[in-house]
Every structure is written in structure tokens, then in C-alpha cells.
Design a binder for this molecule. Sequence first.
Ligand code: SAM
Length: 329
Amino acid sequence: MLDPFGRNISYLRVSVTDRCDFRCVYCMSEHMTFLPKAELLTLEELERLCGAFIAKGVERIRITGGEPLVRKNVMWLFERLGSRLGAGGLQELTLTTNGSQLARFARELRSAGVKRINVSLDTRDPDRFREITRWGELNRVLGGIDAALEAGLSVKINTVALKDVNEGEIPSLMEWAHGLGMDFTLIETMPLGEIDGSRLDQYLPLSRVRATLGEHYTLSESDYRTGGPARYVRVEETGGRLGFITPLTHNFCESCNRVRLTCTGTLFMCLGQEDAADLRTPLRASDDDGALSSAIDAAIRRKPKGHDFIIDRRHQRPALARHMSLTGG
Ligand code: SAM
């Protein structure tokens, strides 16, 4: 699937639920209204949609949310998609999770064919963890990460860099992750959805973090890529990889290969734009995938060039009303 800018769209992110067992301060407000369950596509419908994308050239699928592992029976979807790995056309099946349910599901994920997962973790300090996630429990997540490593999954830790919150902890988080053989990636906070606090108070440009880290560590350029938006350096002192996802200080849209499907069958062609395509109607209109396939083609033809996130004093409103938990991180 080629978009109007010649980019090959080979990566689908699927948000299987907008619900989450955490309420991270930069992601959601404490009292979120979630979609009525009746509006959700069934797991069978999600599988069929994924199949239509694989048939059109999608090679990599990441299951996300909300918290994907709180969706009932989600392991069924992993097993079904896992059976398409290899000769079935899919090259990689991955997951982004907050880790709260990993102790329970790590082995099953591995046997379904998942090899790599991203775990979101912004701090290893139990009180700060509560402050950031509001509802989360650090020990459960750390236990989940241990279980994932034991199950043979390769784990990347994703950390949203938050000014004055976890800024000072970034070096020790990185050293901890690298010490356990995990990649470590920092993310800039994006202006998506209404939250209770101010984005400007949270926003920490990664250019600044990188400069500070560079005073204490030797950061060597690396051309390592995972197919996602992170750009990596190698940290010579730890031997580990450090990634930067910088939608604000350096937008990476020119190499975007992704589209995002929500749990209601809406396809967003860009995380940072409103335009979306309804795939639920063609999906439900017929058992044949013809109309669905045409709707996907039409959507890809409208994929925008990029987003234009800004966070500064004049732009404190969210760029988009929808939360990351709906579109899927
Ligand atoms: N619940 C799963 C998790 O925690 O990884 C998957 C969904 S979550 C929305 C995906 C990622 O998006 C997490 O790493 C989270 O920290 C990040 N995220 C959420 N809101 C964000 C925002 N406004 N800016 C940047 N990253 C955000």
C-alpha cells in the first residue's frame, strides 16, 4: 500500500480497547468516559480486519489500547494473528502494555508467536508511580516485566519524559533497563486529549534530555531501527540502546509507515490528524472483503503528510480532542 507521498504502509497498530486500569496523568483525565461495550468490534471482527490489512501488504501488527491485556479473551486474538506469522504473510506481532497483567499472560504471548513487547514505565519509585498512573501498582508491573523476560520475550521500556517529575530519574531508569538487557526509549508528551493538568508543565523536550545525558554518557549514533518511530543511540558505558521518540522537537513523519485502527473499526491515517475512515460499515455490510478492501485503499490515498504538534504558551489546548488511549499508542 503506497500513500500519496510514496510511503509504503506496512505497519498496523490496533487498539483493542479504549479502557485502561491506569489513569496516567499525561494520557487521561481521572474520570474518563469510555465507549459503551456494545460499540466495540468483536475479536472475530478485529481479526478479519487485520487479515484484510495483511492481504494488502501489512507485515507488522502491534496490539495496543487502552490497556490491551484488560480486554476479555484478548489472547484468542493473539493466537489467531500468531498463526499468520511467517508463511501467513505477517512478519511480526507485538504488543504495547502497561505491564499490569503481564505476569499472567507472558508465557501465552510468547507461545502465540510474540517475540518483542514494549512496556510503558515512567518511574521505579513507588510513590511517583502512583502519582503518575493514579491507579497503578509498581510491584505488579515489575513482576510482569520479570515474567516477560523469563518467558523469553525481549522487552523495551518506554518512558514518557516529564519535566520535574521523572526528569532526574532518567539515567537510573536507563541503567536499570540496560542492566536487564532491555532497550530503553524516551517519548515526548503529545497534546492529545483533555487531561486534568497543563501540558506545558509536563513537556520536556528530548533535545534537552539528550544533551544532559551526553554530559555523563558516551552516546554513539546507531542506525538500528525496529520499524517504529524511535531513533537510537548506543550508550557505550552500559552497552545498551537508548531510543528517542520526538514528535515535537523532531517530527519523523517523512518515514511514517503506519496506520491505526481503533476498537470500533475507525482507521486513523495519522496519530496527529482528525481525518479517519470508517471500516466498520464495509466490514459489516458483507462477508466478502471487497468493499472493505476498497475502503482501506481510499483511506491510504488520504494519508496526510504529517502532524504539527505544538506545545507552548499559546498552544495549551490539546491539538486533538481524542486521547491516545483511543487511537492506540
Ligand atoms: N496501556 C498500554 C501502555 O501503557 O503501554 C498501551 C496504550 S498507551 C496509550 C501507549 C503509550 O502511549 C504509553 O507508553 C503511554 O505512556 C503513551 N502515551 C499516552 N498518552 C501520551 C501522550 N499524550 N504523549 C505521549 N505519550 C503518551
